[in-house]
Design a protein around this ligand. Structure first.
Ligand code: BGC
Length: 794
């Protein structure tokens, strides 16, 4: 059972707890309490093994294909967390004996996982356990673990088997060739594994420090090896009150690491180098290493991008901290060849692949809070251009058609072709998104636009951004189909964001985003023509420019209906029958509609999986299309009223968009209740929803819902707009964002907005329909909307 109220005093709303153990619902705690630093993702399985556990250790970017007919995925590396413990010969497991005062906690502030309880073995021997674990943010290769055992009975024998175990798979799929294992100096264990297709070497080193009653001891251990496994067995005899501490420090390096080739190491050199590093760490010990890690979290995260909320609900604050925690743990800010998987680094779901989830739902946090990490994530997409060009060519198009699912940048499209069972036919269903869910190319162009507007990073644009926008515009120009009877271009046979509608034509989201993408290319072309003609010449896009212009203006954009302003989601949606969705709207688990209908049947109803047309108001409302009448306030309201009741939020990506729009429309209570649901996607009481991993986009959505929704921060085509509407039980919200390279501290109460600029560089801010030019600080009272201090009305 999860509990968020255990943190007291200074730790209030920092602690995610599990207050009871259940061997049946292990996935929840394993994923929600995952530890990570963007390089390593370590799922939080217990030390002692259980049948339903998923013990995952991932290293970002180490993609491999287990066999020819599989798509590439992030392999599950050898496990270092399992400890096989025996107390007086009996195997320790919480499924036997008696457990008292159980508590497992993830401290979001220090990113440390702890577990404490007393256990009485079936034979009546009592011990107190205290486990600790962290994945260092200070040294990306390091995992620290510590186990303390205190004897409560006299005497007991304790035996602990601990080592490196590569007898693991990705749900049965084996990714590794068996490598060498060794134990050096009776203490240092090393295991090598190599991926069978991508030939990535992985070197794991681990060492134990033993401390008894505060004294570091050199303990004898039996050495053992098996296939893909190497371990030590330590035996101890404890009297009542004796305390045994066992530290286990592990490092992981791979030949895919950014510096691996620079160091020029062959595997042998690599093994020696990594072992040497662990020798140094071993002397420092858990506590000192943990301290450096804790400081890194304070400096890089809590001092840099914290959000503080004074509210009647502590859970809201905790959920936002959880979001910042997870976003940090998932982001490979160290390496621009890597992206963020849909389940982050917390589970095997979606195979570690990146989707539009990153650009539309996760990237905004980084653009506003950590622009360097945002640039790295966009550079990953830039590096994906050859794969995107290949996909376009394979499908008979020009330019760059981004893969729906992306892994290593040069892999191209990696979406699997076969998926879940069809409940009617019993066959596997075909996954069409890799073929026809094409909006991702425009989503990436949107992300470039957003990044450029908010950061002003010209260097990125010149080296990557313009090319990404031009190449995706080229794709759309070649993708459009001319319909001479209607004298217009159309986009037929696609899937929009609503994956409950396959093979539709003129999905409004896809068409408008393609239009935006081509218009953006036109704007960038014209800008470069003025500012940097030399660079423009290098792109050789003069003919393309004429094509983007001509075709964008002739592209069919579904119009709001005259009678009710509803924009048809696609050509047929509004003609489909409605069914009673009450049961599914009130569901506590997602996708319950599949219990009654198969995909083909769902395709035939007015039911939407996730925010689709509504996304346009939120996204394009930030661009040069913000004044387009088709996206006006009245149209936005009409579409929200139409689509929200028909949207099941069966994808966790959906809720944040509806929060933002509901809040924009003044539907404060609905907005807050959708926000709570978004927070509960992973943190809620359903114990199996995170089994395959946490929902990375939904977590990005928690931040977005708070900052873009309640705080009302929004890009408005180059201008910063802030129109807050806090939930009524939020008294104060404080956070900071980067705007054009300068940090802005924002404080919002029910009555006022205050913005303070860190570098005293002038900023134009729009709020309450007025535009202000601010020097160092500005304060606006909501009722009067009157500027104070150094602001002047323009
Ligand atoms: C959603 C997609 C999303 C994918 C990965 C699907 O269920 O419909 O929009 O990209 O999950 O999160």
């Amino acid at each position: 059972m999860m509990d968020y109220s255990q943190g007291q005093g200074e730790l209030a709303n920092w602690i995610v707890s599990e207050t009871a153990f259940s061997a049946d619902t292990l996935g929840k705690g394993e994923a929600v309490m995952v530890l990570g630093n963007g390089y390593i993702g370590l799922r939080s399985a217990a030390e002692e093994p259980y049948i339903k556990e998923k013990r995952n250790l991932f290293i970002n970017g180490t993609f491999n294909k287990s066999q020819k007919n599989e798509v590439t995925e992030l392999p599950n590396l050898a496990d270092v967390t399992q400890l096989d413990i025996r107390i007086d010969g009996e195997r320790f497991s919480l499924e036997f004996g008696e457990t008292k005062n159980y508590i497992r906690q993830l401290n979001l502030k220090t990113a440390e996982l702890t577990r404490m309880f007393e256990w009485v073995s079936p034979k009546g021997k009592g011990v107190r356990f205290h486990f600790k674990r962290f994945v260092s943010l200070d040294n990306l290769h390091l995992i620290g673990m510590k186990m303390e055992i205190e004897s409560l009975t006299d005497p007991i024998d304790v035996s602990v088997e601990s080592g490196i175990n590569a007898q693991v798979t990705n749900s049965g799929a084996q990714h590794f060739l068996e490598g060498e294992r060794r134990i050096a100096e009776n203490r240092f264990i090393q295991l090598v594994q190599t991926t069978n297709e991508s030939s990535i070497d992985v070197v794991l080193n681990t060492v134990h420090n033993i401390i008894i009653n505060g004294e570091k001891v050199t303990a004898h251990a039996d050495k053992d090896m098996d296939r893909r496994k190497v371990w030590l067995t330590h035996d101890f005899s404890l009297r009542r009150g004796d305390k045994l501490e066992m530290e286990k420090l592990t490092t992981v390096h791979t030949s895919r690491d950014g510096n691996a080739s620079a160091e020029g190491c062959d595997l042998q050199g690599f093994r020696e180098q990594s072992l040497k590093e662990l020798r140094q760490r071993a002397d420092e010990g858990y506590d000192a290493l943990f301290l450096s890690h804790k400081q890194a979290w304070q400096e890089k995260v809590w001092d840099a991008c914290n959000i503080k909320i004074e509210s009647d609900s502590g859970f809201d604050q905790l959920a936002l901290r959880f979001a910042l925690y997870q976003l940090t743990a998932m982001a490979p800010a160290h390496d621009d060849r890597m992206g963020i998987g849909a389940k982050a680094l917390s589970g095997e779901g979606y195979k570690g692949h990146s989707f539009w989830d990153t650009e539309i739902f996760i990237l905004p946090f980084f653009i506003y809070s950590n622009p360097a990490a945002a640039r790295s994530l966009l550079t990953y997409r830039y590096r994906g251009l050859p794969g995107a060009r290949q996909k376009a060519a394979d499908n008979g198009y020009a330019g760059a058609m981004y893969p729906w699912e992306m892994a290593w940048p040069s892999d191209g499209e990696v979406t699997p072709v076969w998926g879940d069972i069809d409940i009617v036919t019993g066959d596997q269903t075909k996954i069409w998104s890799g073929f026809i869910e094409q909006h991702i190319s425009a989503d990436i162009a949107f992300a470039v636009y957003q990044y450029e507007n908010i950061t002003g990073d010209r260097d990125f644009m010149e080296h990557c951004g313009y090319e990404m926008v031009f190449s995706t515009a080229d794709f759309w120009a070649s993708r459009l189909e001319w319909h001479s009877d209607r004298r217009t271009y159309m986009i037929t046979d696609v899937i929009g964001p609503d994956e409950y509608k396959e093979h539709v034509s003129n999905n409004a989201y896809t068409n408008y985003m393609a239009y935006f993408n081509m218009k953006l290319a036109v704007r960038y072309y014209e800008k470069l023509k003025d500012e940097n003609p030399e660079l423009l010449r290098k792109f050789e896009v003069d003919n393309a420019y004429r094509e983007w212009r001509a075709k964008a203006d002739l592209l069919y954009l579904p119009q709001p209906r005259k009678e009710d302003y509803v924009i048809p989601q696609d050509d047929t949606y509004l003609q489909l029958p409605d069914i009673d969705l009450t049961k599914y709207k009130n569901q506590t688990k997602v996708r319950t509609i599949y219990r009654n209908y198969n995909a083909e049947q769902i395709n035939g109803f007015q039911v939407t999986k996730q925010a689709d047309t509504l996304l346009l108001f939120y996204l394009l409302g930030q661009t040069f299309l913000q004044d387009d009448e088709r996206l006006s306030e009245a149209v936005k309201r009409a579409n929200f009223n139409y689509y929200e009741p028909r949207t099941l939020h069966d994808s966790s990506l959906s809720l944040a968009t509806h929060v933002i729009i509901a809040n924009d429309l003044g539907e404060k209570e609905l907005a807050y209740s959708l926000f709570r649901k978004a927070c509960e996607v992973d943190l809620g009481p359903q114990m199996d929803t995170s089994d395959d991993g946490v929902h990375a986009a939904s977590i990005g959505g928690i931040w977005k819902a708070a900052v873009f929704g309640f705080a009302g921060v929004r890009l408005a085509d180059g201008v910063l707009r802030i129109n807050p509407r806090l939930p009524k039980h939020w008294h104060r919200m404080q956070f900071s964002i980067f705007w054009q390279g300068q940090a802005l501290a924002i404080e919002i109460t029910q009555k006022a907005l205050k913005v303070t600029a860190s570098d005293n560089r002038s900023v134009i801010i729009e709020t309450g329909g007025m535009t202000y030019e601010m020097e160092d600080t500005m304060e606006v009272q909501f009722r009067e909307i009157r500027p104070h201090s150094s602001s002047t009305v323009r």
